[in-house]
Design a protein around this ligand. Structure first.
Ligand code: ADP
Length: 402
């Protein structure tokens, strides 16, 4: 099996607090030679999935910690291929959620980088600790391989102060690092580059809006290959309506709920992270099931769809003004790639911006697809995101400079 893998490969790791996802990716083509997932780490019935050469393997076993997870993944590669000792593994690329304003680019992981990611835990308490556990386990398993951190926030470090600054007291901004960081940067970077390619233009000459619509959702305004604004902020709560998060709300709501319902800040924070968004509006966090209920005339689902579309329009219109010129809009991630009705609802309302939807193309999307007519002043595309390829590409590029 390993004989089929030629050229350099990167092992891409996305570690959470109780799961590790991995892919062995060719950084030049994006081909995934193998992928896997270990979930329920810490429990005695953890599950390992490994797919290679078109065949999927699954095992239930005890996985006490991340180090064991990486060891088992390495064993899965040895048993089912490709054997990691027999491929040209040039780097391990880690997805790290929060790089604060310390990291605007991918970075070779050193003890100083680990310490910086630890210092950022208060900004990403649900994500950075799992990322760090994955890094520690992988460094132990592959001590001689360069390990690269690719941050979800890095692409948005190019935002100007006008977009990244909250109008809040100075001490919050200076002492407590309160500012807008943005997330999904790896996806926005990848999709915006693909948009330039699809337009046949240099990324430096393209102004576009990327709508990453998955369980988490964010919009980004990208000018000349650089993020100039994005809808998530200090945390991934801000911006668009998501599966379980509300996006923009009045910041006065926490104090109000404290007064009228006796809720603590932690109660409010939890409800905003886990019980809001589509879940709060309809009882389901899953966009597809909301759309099914909407088709049956369910009133809550009808309203939820309208709220989602309205919020998207506010961001697209606002970003068109920020950009000054709009060449393209791109839809990506689970909802953006799959829901033709949502895309049509947004694009039809943008006729005043020169958007002319190609309804037939929108209804039969396959891979990267243009969904506006040839004479549409603003092009719209569906671009399947590929964060693993982007992490592999950035990791290999960094390692090549060492
Ligand atoms: P994550 O942020 O977890 O990576 P995804 O990008 O996988 O999320 O997106 C998950 C969302 O995509 C879910 O709300 C799901 O309902 C939605 N989705 C997936 N397939 C479809 C589809 N065919 N039509 C509409 N929504 C879909």
């Amino acid at each position: 099996m390993s004989s089929q893998v030629s050229g350099p490969v990167v092992l891409v790791i996305n570690a959470g607090s109780s799961s590790v996802k991995y892919q062995l990716v060719d950084p030049r083509t994006g081909e995934a030679h193998a992928k896997g997932l270990i979930e329920r780490i810490g429990l005695d019935d953890a599950v390992l999935h490994h797919t290679a050469g078109g065949t999927a393997y699954e095992r239930t076993l005890e996985v006490p910690d991340h180090a064991t997870a990486i060891e088992l993944a390495t064993r899965a590669f040895a048993e089912h291929g490709p054997h990691l000792a027999e491929v040209d593994l040039v780097a391990v690329g880690h997805r790290v959620v929060h790089g604060g304003d310390d990291f605007a680019d991918p970075v070779l992981i050193t003890p100083e980088v680990v310490a910086a990611v630890e210092r950022l835990v208060p900004l990403a308490p649900l994500h950075n600790p799992g990322n760090l556990q994955g890094i520690a386990a992988t460094r132990e398993a592959f001590p001689d391989l360069p390990q690269v951190a690719v941050f979800d926030t890095a692409f948005h470090q190019s935002m100007p102060a006008a977009a990244s600054t909250y109008a809040v007291p100075q001490v919050w901004r200076t002492e407590h690092r309160v500012r807008r960081y943005g997330f999904h940067g790896t996806s926005h970077a990848y999709v915006s580059r693909r948009v330039a390619d699809l337009l046949g233009r240099d990324p430096g000459d393209v102004s576009c809006i990327v709508l990453h619509l998955g369980n988490g959702a964010s919009a980004a305004a990208i000018q000349g290959g650089r993020s100039v604004d994005t809808s998530m902020g200090l945390t991934p709560l801000e911006g668009l309506v998501m599966g379980t998060r509300p996006g923009d709300v009045d910041p006065g709501l926490a104090a109000h709920l404290g007064r009228v319902a006796g809720m603590s800040l932690d109660d409010v924070d939890r409800a905003l992270s886990k019980e809001s968004g589509l879940l709060g509006l309809t009882g389901s966090a899953d966009f597809r099931s909301v759309m099914e209920r909407r088709a049956e005339g369910d009133e809550a689902a009808v309203v939820a769809f309208e709220v989602v579309v309205h919020r998207l329009l506010r961001y697209v219109g606002g970003y068109a003004a920020v950009l000054g010129r709009l060449d393209a809009i791109a839809f990506t991630a689970g909802v953006g790639e799959n829901d033709a009705e949502l895309r049509a609802a947004v694009l039809d309302r943008l006729a005043g911006f020169g958007v002319v939807l190609d309804a037939a193309a929108n209804a039969s999307v396959e891979g990267e697809t243009r969904i506006t007519t040839a004479d549409s002043a603003v092009a719209a595309f569906v671009v399947p995101t590929n964060e693993e390829w982007e992490i592999a590409r950035q990791s290999a590029a960094l390692v090549a400079t060492l």
